[in-house]
Design a protein around this ligand. Structure first.
Ligand code: PMP
Length: 419
């Protein structure tokens, strides 16, 4: 199979050329408040290149029908393209088999699938689930619901003031009752890159499976699920230059096979009578009803686009943006960076003396700069680092050094307004 469609290749030469890349993103030409948009909210959702938009239009204009079992041309075409998107995702994360890729509606849905499909079947009263302080609420709340239902217990890995996991403490949490680990690969609030490979090896040596929340890693670094040896890996399409409403759950085939379905309905069955229903094979067992076909195909195009640039190229460029932004912001008096881990992706969370983060966000918006403010769905992190909220600039490979300068001058303007 030809994985990277040449029509999807971004127009750039051998050198990383950010201006060529930006030309692929129509939304980046917007003006906000009369100023050029500076979009620094990529950790919440990234923007879509024309190549992905075109792929969605092609699907809707010449390929759409419901998938599976149709014998007519359009149904066969849509089914083939949907399954081809699955293989693109398989290659993107280097899964062993395409049936290890389940399409979900996003990271949250993927984690809930594991909680219902694995957790409700295998976690019992008295069992322990290890999570970390850095987790997004989507990797806390489902496990709390499970713990409450089963009488299980959640143990939490603490973090340092820099926002790094205390790995020694993680190791100390293990005992004979430990039955599951959930850990995020990259922190959405702080950018910390966690040593998940080592954490997985430690858990596996004790027979404990590990789910990795990769929502913030998949868009910014090459992910190899076989190398990580994770049991589950969850991520979202809309943070990967793809559409909303689509995500992936990677699961090792032998685990997915042992799990119970999360949702029941059409397509996830082989046969139904009122006496007995037999379930379909994986991954279809977990894809009840009509899936988001267009969004899955769009996500396939998005990972082709990112792969054509190269995830290593993206990581290296974004690191330069982060280092430059960190250096610039540290020259500003009264501004404190929250999250100073040694290994970070391009997330810059900060607070300013005497200014609430929401005011920072509102004033930056007047300069055309989009940042996110609040607790970023990680209230335990805010509590631990003793800040009510932060302002967060999160970069993508289509951001520029000049945009960092606009952010910094915007912060200076905020300071002037508040002094
Ligand atoms: N985990 C992390 C680390 C995230 O950053 C996010 C999105 N902010 C999620 C999970 C949830 O993703 P979604 O809303 O796409 O399900």
């Amino acid at each position: 199979m030809k994985l990277i469609d040449s029509a999807l290749k971004p127009e750039f030469t051998s050198m990383f050329d950010v201006e060529h890349i930006r030309a692929d993103f129509p939304i980046l030409k917007l003006q906000v408040e009369g100023k050029p948009l500076v979009y620094l909210d990529n950790a919440a959702s990234s923007q879509m290149p024309q190549q992905v938009i075109d792929r969605l239009v092609r699907y809707q204009t010449s390929e759409h029908a419901n998938i599976n079992r149709g014998v007519h041309y359009l149904s066969e075409t849509a089914t083939a393209e949907y399954e081809s998107a699955r293989r693109r995702l398989q290659h993107f994360i280097n899964a062993r088999e395409d049936r290890e890729v389940v399409f979900t509606s996003g990271t949250t849905d993927s984690i809930n699938l594991v909680m219902h499909g694995y957790g409700r079947k295998y976690i019992r009263a008295g069992d322990e689930i290890i999570l970390t302080t850095l987790e997004h609420h989507s990797n806390i709340v489902p496990w709390q619901m499970l713990a409450e239902e089963k009488g299980a217990k959640i143990r939490v890995v603490p973090i340092s003031d820099a926002g790094e996991l205390l790995v020694d403490e993680y190791e100390k949490l293990f005992n004979a009752r430990t039955k599951f680990v959930g850990v995020l690969h990259v922190s959405n609030a702080l950018g910390t890159i966690n040593p998940v490979k080592e954490m997985i090896a430690f858990a596996h040596a004790r027979g404990v499976p590990v789910l990795v929340d990769g929502a913030q890693a998949a868009p910014h670094m090459a992910v190899d699920v076989q190398d990580l040896d994770c049991d589950f890996y969850a991520f979202s399409g809309h943070k990967l230059c793809g559409p909303t409403g689509i995500g992936v759950l990677y699961g090792k085939a032998e685990l997915l096979e042992r799990m119970q379905p999360f949702k029941g309905g059409g397509d996830m069955i082989l046969s139904v009578t009122f006496e007995k229903t037999t379930y379909n094979s994986i991954p279809h067992k977990f894809e009840a009803g009509t899936p988001p076909i267009a969004a899955a195909i769009g996500l396939g195009a998005a990972v082709d686009y990112l792969s054509a640039i190269g995830l290593d190229t993206i990581s290296a460029y974004e690191l330069k943006l982060l280092n430059y932004a960190t250096e610039q912001i540290s020259n500003l008096p009264g501004v404190r960076v929250i999250g100073t881990a040694a290994r970070k992706t391009a997330v810059l969370s900060f607070v300013m003396e005497g200014v609430h983060p929401h005011d920072i966000g509102t004033l930056l918006n007047h300069e055309g700069v989009a940042v996110r403010t609040g607790h970023h769905c990680v209230q335990p992190v805010m509590l631990r680092l003793r800040v009510p909220a932060t302002a967060r600039a999160s970069f993508a490979f289509y951001n520029t050094m000049a945009e960092v300068d606009t952010l910094i001058s915007g912060i200076r303007t905020v300071q002037k307004v508040f002094t």
